[in-house]
Design a protein around this ligand. Sequence first.
Ligand code: HGY
Ligand code: MN
Ligand code: MN
Length: 409
Amino acid sequence: MRINDERLHRHFEALSRIGATDQQGIDRPALSAVDIQARTWLQQRIETAGLEYRMDAAGNQSALLTGRQPDGPRLLLGSHLDSVPNGGRFDGALGVLAAVEVLHTLSENNYAGDIVLEAVNFTDEEGSHVGLLGSRAMLGQLAAEDLANPFLGRRAFEAGLQRLGLNPDDLFAARRSPSQLAAYLEVHIEQGPVLAEAGDAIGIVTGIVGIRRQTFTFQGMANHAGTTPMDRRRDAGRAAATFAVSAWQTVAQAYRDCVINIGDMRYHPGSFNVVPAAVAVDLEMRAADETRLKALHQQLLAVAQAQASACDSTLACGPHEHLGPVAMDEGLQALLTQAAQELGLRYRKMASGAGHDAQSFATVCPAAMIFVPSAGGVSHCPQEFSEWQDCLNGVELLLQAVIAFSAHQ
Ligand code: HGY
Ligand code: MN
Ligand code: MN
């Protein structure tokens, strides 16, 4: 049994037009009008395939394929249709299309396994509002405080949910009983250079990094930019800038096993001629080892505090988002390894430096991921690209893995 290459490609091209940017990227932030357009497209795609369509209280969209046992345990396949600002066409979209295509192919071949198959588009994987919102809601990993300070503010979050007819108080109702979940599998582009540089076709993911995010706000005092002597300024901009440099040095010198990113700095009031009164710095830290990640976080808090004091400013820390590192299931890794060998695909085991919905599943049920090469190793930008044959290999491997999994239940 093979997937329908031409159909999958046609759907990939159609989806890539929704939220397309001038530079051939994708701008499809979760819960935006364009995300709703992509969701409507997906619903049609699912219904046209003759699969059952559902959406839960967290906006997760599903296609269902039942075999012999309508109440049997479920194997979930999925990823996300939302994107980062001006991101790429493959991130998330490939995994959702792969999942639906696998169900469509199995349905055309009169699937009669004991496992119920479900293909899912998870809400807000990228964390435009709340990181991994949909998968965490589904797995009961969301607390009320996670929803209190969405990244773009509570009003934007509620307005986004309303576009889908959803209410923030109902998100918790998306929770599934873990006993229903047999396993989770996801296809995704690697988003880094490892596979492409090694000439390998497939990555079998061993684990996913831990991710911490926090906004540090340096607070100084607004003043006249022309008349205030340099040594009398309480310049929050200087505190933020020196913090950024020191943070990079800290990682380079003592935390080579970690990465950080300062993805945004917002100046207030933000004017040529006003000494910045406050600067909000969005800091992200990642590492495979939780102890190291925690140590880095504490170290950077101390660095921020020191730079604030040195610039006669103060530091206020926002609530932090924290996703722990997880390991992928060994049994599923073995199953993927065997399926890759049978398809004659050169594979390697590798860790993921990117976050994925599989992360939410890993602590609840067996979860595993298939990576395909990213040309040039770039992602989260319009240049993100994977050769179609490489994408196809990943989807074929997913199909074979699903067949093998359902045969062994
Ligand atoms: O931020 C990430 O790692 C992602 O691509 N969701
Ligand atoms: Mn991404
Ligand atoms: Mn992704």
